[in-house]
Structure formats: C-alpha cells, structure tokens
Design a protein around this ligand. Structure first.
Ligand code: ZN
Length: 91
C-alpha cells in the first residue's frame, strides 16, 4: 500500500492515508486521532463541519475497540468497522 501525506480531516495535523474499498474510502493514520476511515464522498463535508463535530469524531475514533476502526460516512452514518473484514457495525 502507498501512504499519502495529508492534513487530518479531524484535527488538521499532518497525517497519512491510503485508499481502501476500491478507492471509496481513505484509511487515515493520524498520531493524534488514531486510525479511522472516511468515505471520500463526505470528505469535503467533514472538513467544512464544525470543530465540535470533528472533536467528537476524533474522540469516537480514540474510543473504538482495538480491533475496529471508525468509518465516517454520509453525514449520519458513523460506524466501527473491523480492520480486516469488510463488515460494519453501527455504534
Ligand atoms: Zn487527526
């Protein structure tokens, strides 16, 4: 996999990501927010959302079970998905 450096959409710090799910999601690895995923169709919405929401999502990412990562979807869908299986579980 190839990492690309980019500002984290949750905390604006430099992080890195690689594409997963046939390029439909970015898998971010942020030292501050830990590992999480963002569906690319909501990335702009996420980056333009309130700091309060971003902080909540960063916190949710921190609190994900160790075998799961937070996946941020279309403004409403926030779920923890297993790292290694394409299986989603609602929070
Ligand atoms: Zn971050």
């Amino acid at each position: 996999m190839e990492y690309i450096e980019e500002e984290c959409p949750l905390c604006d710090r430099i992080s890195k990501f690689y594409f997963v799910d046939h390029d439909n999601r970015k898998f971010y690895r942020c030292e501050y927010c830990t590992d999480f995923q963002v569906y690319i169709n909501v990335e702009d919405i996420l980056r333009n959302s309130t700091d309060t929401l971003k902080r909540q999502l960063s916190k949710a990412s921190h609190e994900s079970p160790h075998d799961k990562v937070l996946a941020i979807g279309d403004g409403k869908v926030v779920s923890n998905i297993f790292r290694t299986f394409d299986f989603e579980v609602a929070v």
